[in-house]
Design a protein around this ligand. Structure first.
Ligand code: ADP
Length: 273
């Protein structure tokens, strides 16, 4: 059986008793080494899920397990060693005056010996393709580069799960592509699960599975190709179908042959990427 790294079991959450439920009976699990995208329109509850996983919030109902351990105030510090977070605003995550200082921060906090720190900084900057920027000032980097340094920072502490909470939302298309490629590259070399929270359907293409959220509920869990095949459901959930997917759909309806062989969903996904 696959090893489950994160489990949500019938989780319901509201920010205050006087406020409506933000998550409603949410259940899913994420396997070790899996890349899962959590997608939904603004306000559907995605960030709340990230905060619950990280123990920043506690559900009123249900249970959350990380690596088999229930997330509670007693276990949270241990659990956080296994979870790395990359946030939306690249400028809010820097603490170091150089790229290498920044990656060093998490390691210093955890008391890593100097030699091991140097090794990990070098390794992780190489993995995210930022080895040439070791002594650069973080604020001079592009958005995509900044987020790659942020990914190096969490990779350095070797967590089992990395959550990217709208980590590409403030980036231009090139920066987004950089992040997707970096994740792909990291995945090839590391045993790590990625949980990518996004409202952009284009970004779910490389995921193993996609969790679609709508108004605090899980409406679908499936591989990307099955998700793209359910256009009506996506539209009902307030998600924008990527332009290329719409175009292919319309042209196919009109009987246009788009390539020598009919374009299947896998090829469509490659096109989107
Ligand atoms: P998403 O990440 O999908 O945009 P969120 O998890 O941020 O959604 O928000 C889900 C719902 O919870 C929204 O209706 C939002 O307004 C509400 N919400 C988020 N944070 C708070 C908070 N600190 N206090 C009260 N309501 C909140």
């Amino acid at each position: 059986m696959e090893k489950r790294i994160v489990t949500f079991r019938n989780v319901s959450f509201r920010y205050r008793e006087s406020l409506p439920w933000v998550l409603n009976n949410v259940s899913f699990s994420i396997n070790a080494d899996e890349w899962v995208a959590i997608i939904g329109h603004n306000g559907s509850g995605k960030s709340t899920i990230a905060k619950l996983m990280n123990g920043l919030l506690t559900p009123q109902e249900g249970e959350i397990l990380v690596n088999g351990t229930p997330v509670t105030p007693e276990t949270i510090w241990e659990i956080r060693k296994n979870i790395g977070m990359v946030f939306q605003n690249p400028d809010n995550q820097f603490v170091g005056t150089t790229v290498q200082d920044d990656v060093a921060f998490g390691l210093e906090n955890r008391g890593f010996p100097r030699k091991e720190m140097v090794k990990r900084i070098k390794q992780t900057l190489l993995q995210v393709g930022m080895e040439a920027y070791t002594l650069h000032e973080p604020h001079r980097l592009s958005g995509g580069q900044k987020q790659r340094v942020a990914i190096a920072g969490v990779l350095a502490i070797a967590p089992q799960v990395i959550i990217l909470d709208e980590a590409t939302a403030m980036l231009d298309p090139r920066g987004r592509l950089e992040i997707m490629e970096t994740m792909h590259h990291v995945k090839e070399q590391h045993n790590v699960s990625f949980i990518m929270i996004t409202h952009d359907l284009k970004e779910v293409v490389r995921a193993d599975r996609v969790i679609v959220m709508s108004e605090g509920k899980v409406v679908e869990i499936a591989p990307p190709r099955d998700i793209f095949a359910k256009k009506e459901k996506l539209q009902q959930s307030g998600l924008d179908i990527p332009f290329v997917a719409k175009l292919v759909d319309e042209l196919t309806k009109l009987g246009t042959k788009l390539s020598k062989e009919p374009l299947n969903h896998d090829e469509l996904l490659e096109e989107l990427w």
